[in-house]
Design a protein around this ligand. Sequence first.
Ligand code: SF4
Length: 329
Amino acid sequence: MNPEKKIVLSGLRPTGPCHLGNLAGALRNWLRLQDIYRCYYSIVTWHAFSSEYTNSRTIRDNVFEVAVDWLSIGLDPEKSVIFVQSEVKEHAELHLLLSMITPLPWVERVPTFKEMQQELQDKDINTYGYMGYPVLQAADILIYKAEVVPVGEDQAPHLELAREIARRFTRLFGPIFPEPQTLLTETPRLAGTDGRKMSKSFGNAIYLKDTPEIIRQKIAPMVTDTRRMRRADAGEPNECPVFTLVRAFVSKEQQDEVARGCRTAGIGCLNCKDILIDSLIRLLTPYREKRAFYEKNPRLVWDILNEGNQRARRAAQKTMDEVRDALGF
Ligand code: SF4
């Protein structure tokens, strides 16, 4: 890793394999960033535990699933540190210390908590730990002295909190942490197969590992713009859940063609879905082939993670030595 480059930190909760929403909202961007920055990509197991604590034995399997997806799409362990959060215990220590200097109202005003409560209605996330997850995120970022954090607009308040915590730490104990800057990234809100936001929790996701048959089965019955009751009715693509996927995964030329055809009833929804299905199959087939290789070589995947854990640990331990010194412990 080139020490001249700025440090980036980002992570994903291992609550299942990666889906198209993860690809469009984060992973595509990560691929680009790994050539520009020193990137730490974390499989954030403790964040997963905060909502999956009644089901914690699935987390290890999901770490493997996520790692395989990341490697299959081209995240490169030679360029980036790919690691498992809970294998670097220093995150927990820094989280504990930061939670003691973070005023409660700062955490209470983070707006995504209510949204997550909605999304995870089948889970009891009214816990002390879940409430504090933005502080854990701050620890995840600050422990690597990350200078840049790619976030979508909805996650921006979390990063603002991390910045405020860094400033407060500096005022109290001295300058150890740089204030991480937001790298605002486009995170398109993709519809899942039921028209709601694509999410593992809603069971409406299309996964990177889905076969062409499954992709077809999932997309064919998707609801479309309700104006198009009949083939001859014109529609509005911006009101159609299918078009959120078209916009993210179909070439610009074909998107324009579809949008025009939809508004003039020039194409039917079946044609439109066929175009989407073909594009997705073309995109995902090479990933699935690489995935098959890693699935057959699990030892290789765990070795890559172990190597990443060690690299992350070395950086985190260095920061924690400075933190303990600054606190006078
Ligand atoms: S043609 Fe495509 S964008 Fe238009 S309503 Fe049908 S599925 Fe949606």
